[in-house]
Write a protein that binds this ligand. Sequence first.
Ligand SMILES: C[S@@+](CC[C@H](N)C(=O)[O-])C[C@H]1O[C@@H](n2cnc3c(N)ncnc32)[C@H](O)[C@@H]1O
Length: 371
Amino acid sequence: MKLIAKTYEGLEPVLQKELEELGANNILAGKRAVTYDGDKELLYRSNLHLRTAIKILVHIEHFEAKNEDQLYNKAKDFDWFQYLNLSQTFSIETSVNSEIFRHSKYVAYRVKDAIADKFTDKKGRRPNVNTYNPDVKFNIKIFNDQVEISLDSSGDSLHMRGYKVEGLTAPLSEVLAAGILLNSNFQEFTDFLDPMCGSGTLVTEALMINTSTAPNIFRERFGFMSWRDFEYSLWERLKTEAKEKTTKPTISFKGMDIDRKAVFASKKNLSMLPHGDMVNIENGDFFKYNKCPEHRFLMFNPPYDLRIQTDEIINFYMEIGNKLKKEFVPATAWIFSANLEALKHVGLKHTAKVKLMNAKLPAELRKYDVY
Ligand SMILES: C[S@@+](CC[C@H](N)C(=O)[O-])C[C@H]1O[C@@H](n2cnc3c(N)ncnc32)[C@H](O)[C@@H]1O
């Protein structure tokens, strides 16, 4: 099978590496996606183990369509019965980049008609559409006149790991947090501090990486579970194997936040994880923190405050730099932010930089070696 792991822009190389470690073949990184070959076992393992994938698609059909009628006719020719039956519901997700097809909703509508008409012609009835919780989710990608049809094996986005019970207003996506961490060198240290941890996404994902905990081991639903060929025993075996591979933490983890609600959220989320109780979450102001010499590694996701480029946010980033220079020597600090202007004011020379996106915002992850 040709499989497609989708990700956020900038995380393709990390996802490619994850797939190599998972034993995938013919891996090819593209834009926001990495394609590879695999069987059903690798499909399940991808959903369970890939930290930087948003979803895993299974490619099932490819054709050329020069106009809407061709799209409808070729879609109707396709053997949908292999993947869908009358008792199942379905939905269609589209991504369209084409001069011919300009409206993704219209594409979804035409393909839905093609499926419905095919069923009605052959079986006298058609399966129902359910956009919220479908049994089978088809993904249609059109680039110019090239139409690709895939099955979405994940269902909901894989950033929904199943451990987050308490969120805040602007938490990082778990997939992005994992990507940030896998771009960093945190595993070379014996301590990890997130001084502005919010709901604890970075510290939680770091703990999971360090303990080899499969990111989606706590998630209960995946798209492939309502497919006709779902192999419960295979899935259970893979989960058991994954659980057996988890280890104890080799790093001491700490998160801190000035906001009590954030501290509460972090603690609650961590309580869902094995060894989550070993992570120390404190309420405090980073600028007043006095146990700095205990820490050699810091990972920041400071506030962005992008609505207004005030002096206040510039000063905030300057103060982070000052505190690092004065009290964390030597240390390695990484800062991830979508406020690129404020990042310029940290006042330390960065030694590495990774360009990423945070939702639709260009963002950067910068490394600072403080001597
Ligand atoms: C962008 S959010 C972090 C989001 C977090 N990565 C998550 O996934 O939930 C920035 C956090 O910095 C915290 N913060 C702001 N000033 C702080 C300070 N002086 N000391 C500690 N935390 C601070 C805020 O309360 C907020 O939770």
